[in-house]
Design a protein around this ligand. Structure first.
Ligand SMILES: NC(=O)c1ccc[n+]([C@@H]2O[C@H](COP(=O)([O-])OP(=O)(O)OC[C@H]3O[C@@H](n4cnc5c(N)ncnc54)[C@H](OP(=O)(O)O)[C@@H]3O)[C@@H](O)[C@H]2O)c1
Length: 265
């Protein structure tokens, strides 16, 4: 038996397996992937076991489903009988955007324990954000065990399932928006004469430091921004340029567009 099984070791499933392997013994972890070689490479790096989907459906306590949402239904149908045959408890952990816990149970025809998570890619380096919710079949011990397993992935936040799409538009999709911002800052710096390497490093570290300031000081971002803007100084010129470029509206639109797409899936 294994404590954690990962079916689908792509970007997200693989990143979470890496995070879990930092708080749990790799002996407790089994991974599988459609292209088996991908799972084998990951397993070698983590020192865990490779299997197939059926092995995980039969033997893992927490079964992480890391396939794309449009592939989830077929996957669940393919492991349905194995799950039904089990006599021990297990918990399904889904990360698929826009697929409810109820939908998963209805596809499987049982009210199994399900944890729905919305992680982001920084979980692979222990700096992720994972929003999660649980259905009423998950016990308190299982929830605690899951949170402990995720403890080296970054921050975990419980929420109502009805808010998970909104959370996903910020933290699930957000890294892409931030990478674009970092790239744009670096482009500006290169235009002003910095090397590309230094420009990217300064932009990334600035984003990390500013994010940490919001969390650690618990101050409002607007007030922290005001601290940087000296009267008649250089920063307020840049702030004006961002306002003229419609930065706030563009970012609000980005989050809402991702949210609306989630709703349509
Ligand atoms: N990427 C993100 O930032 C992010 C954020 C939050 C949530 N998610 C969620 O995470 C899930 C995975 O997304 P992703 O970005 O990690 O996709 P991905 O990189 O394409 O990974 C999906 C993996 O599933 C494997 N797979 C497909 N069908 C399978 C099957 N029947 N059995 C076993 N493995 C199978 C694929 O194998 P192959 O190697 O053969 O293609 C691939 O490695 C999605 O539900 C997505 O909504 C992703």
């Amino acid at each position: 038996m294994y404590k954690f099984g990962f079916i689908g070791t792509g970007n997200m499933g693989g990143a979470i397996a890496e995070a879990v392997a930092r708080s749990e013994s790799p002996k407790n972890i089994i991974v599988s992937n459609r292209t088996r070689e991908k799972a084998e490479i990951l397993a070698e790096r983590l020192g865990c076991t490779v299997g197939d989907n059926d092995d995980i459906a039969e033997k893992a306590k927490y079964i992480f489903l890391g396939v794309k949402p449009q592939m989830l239904e077929n996957l669940l149908i393919s492991i349905k009988d194995k799950l039904k045959d089990r006599k021990d408890r297990f918990v399904l952990v889904t990360m698929a955007a826009a697929v409810t816990m109820e939908k998963i149970c209805s596809l499987l025809g049982e009210n199994y324990p399900v944890i729905r998570i919305m992680p982001n890619t920084p979980v692979s380096i222990g700096m992720g954000t994972t929003v999660y919710c649980v259905n009423n079949s998950v016990s308190r011990d299982e929830k605690e065990e899951f949170v402990f397993a995720m403890s080296k992935s970054g921050v975990t936040e419980e929420t109502d399932e009805k808010l998970i799409d909104a959370a996903s538009a910020v933290s699930g999709c957000g890294p892409a928006f931030v990478y674009m911002f970092a790239q744009s800052m670096a482009d500006g710096a290169v235009k002003c004469g910095l090397t590309r390497a230094l420009a990217i490093k300064l932009a990334a570290q600035t984003i990390m430091g500013a994010g940490a300031m919001i969390i650690e000081t618990e101050r409002h971002p607007e007030s922290l921004k005001d601290d940087v803007c000296s009267p008649g100084g250089t920063t307020i010129e840049g702030v004006e340029a961002l306002e003229k470029g419609g930065m706030r509206a563009a970012v609000i639109d980005a989050v809402c567009s991702s949210y609306n797409k989630n709703k349509k899936l």
